[in-house]
Design a protein around this ligand. Structure first.
Ligand SMILES: C[S@@+](CC[C@H](N)C(=O)[O-])C[C@H]1O[C@@H](n2cnc3c(N)ncnc32)[C@H](O)[C@@H]1O
Length: 283
């Protein structure tokens, strides 16, 4: 163990052997698609050291055995949360929500029905933003049939998403009247917290899904899939398999939105590149 000074206090960091790193790397890749480069060895050690300490373990091999011996996969999820980022925001990369409002919803005006999948939803800001956009954009939301499936690999972030409660400062940049229309302001001990109103919560179904799965439990063809800021962690063959799977779950004319830094330029796929980071299945 090496000692690293953090705010003047000595934090013990466990050292990881090359062989141990490779075992973790293979496990993480096989289970989640996240591809860690060789350069990530010390990052992995520093991110997981506290967990080893909390569990009273002495080596990364012991921790590997601990992860593998947990049939619920909870420890694997916890480990993944420590090494990956769940960063998200309300109205992140807001052009996608403008496009939904200005182009996609008008196309569905006759049907008044939309099915959307937020496929790596983290703590829920993305699916709640989608729901807000739907309610704010159409003339008479009560006449529409909105459904959003929101999924993630991590049960920890999904629990937060399903609770639908956020600190006030998470809404920075969102007009206060919009927040007021869709969130309930907490009182007493809940002052400073905002909870999604029932109309918003009823629109979203949360579910743990792994994007690496061969099939997804989705029966109705989708109008739109959000897969943003997760493909960046996958290598090209994994991105290719995933994007081709998404294609099968979309309606003809359906859309795929990727993160603003996730171009599919180098990936072999059947979509039509429609606008920057917006892809469309041909009608
Ligand atoms: C950076 S967040 C993106 C959140 C949101 N889409 C956004 O753009 O703001 C990435 C999320 O991908 C999830 N993730 C990573 N690998 C995954 C997988 N194989 N299947 C499903 N979700 C995964 C992580 O748990 C994390 O919550």
């Amino acid at each position: 163990m090496a000692c690293r000074l953090l705010f003047g206090a000595c934090q013990m960091e466990y050292s990881i052997t090359h062989e141990e790193f490779h075992r973790f790397r293979t496990l993480i890749y096989n289970e989640s698609g996240i591809a860690l480069s060789e350069q990530k060895q010390s990052l992995l050690a520093s991110r997981l050291s506290k967990r080893l300490r909390d569990l009273g373990l002495e080596t990364f091999s012991e921790y590997y055995d601990h992860v593998m011996s947990d049939p619920s996969r909870e420890e694997f999820t916890r480990m993944l949360d420590l090494i990956s980022t769940n960063k998200t925001d309300f109205f992140r990369e807001s052009k996608h929500f403008d496009y939904l409002r200005d182009r996609i919803l008008p196309e569905l005006e006759q049907e008044k029905r939309i099915r959307i999948w937020s496929s790596a939803c983290s703590t829920g800001e993305e699916p709640y933003t989608i729901a807000i956009t739907l309610f704010e954009s159409v003339k008479n939301p009560a006449q529409w049939d909105f459904k959003i499936l929101a999924s993630d690999l991590s049960t920890r972030v999904l629990a937060k998403a399903a609770a639908g409660t956020y600190d006030e400062d998470r809404f920075r940049g969102v007009p206060p009247e919009v927040v007021r229309r869709h969130f309930l302001r907490g009182r007493g001990v809940r002052t400073g917290l905002f909870k999604a109103k029932p109309h918003l919560a009823a629109t979203i179904q949360f579910r743990r899904l792994n994007l690496m799965d061969e099939r997804f439990p989705i029966k109705t063809p989708l109008d739109l899939i959000f897969c943003r800021n997760v493909m960046i962690y996958f290598d090209r063959p994994t991105q290719e398999r995933l994007v081709n799977k998404f294609y099968r779950y979309l309606k003809p004319g359906g859309y795929l939105f990727t993160g603003h830094s996730e171009s599919l330029q180098w990936v072999d796929h059947p979509f039509k590149a429609w606008a920057p980071t917006i892809y469309r299945k041909e009608c």
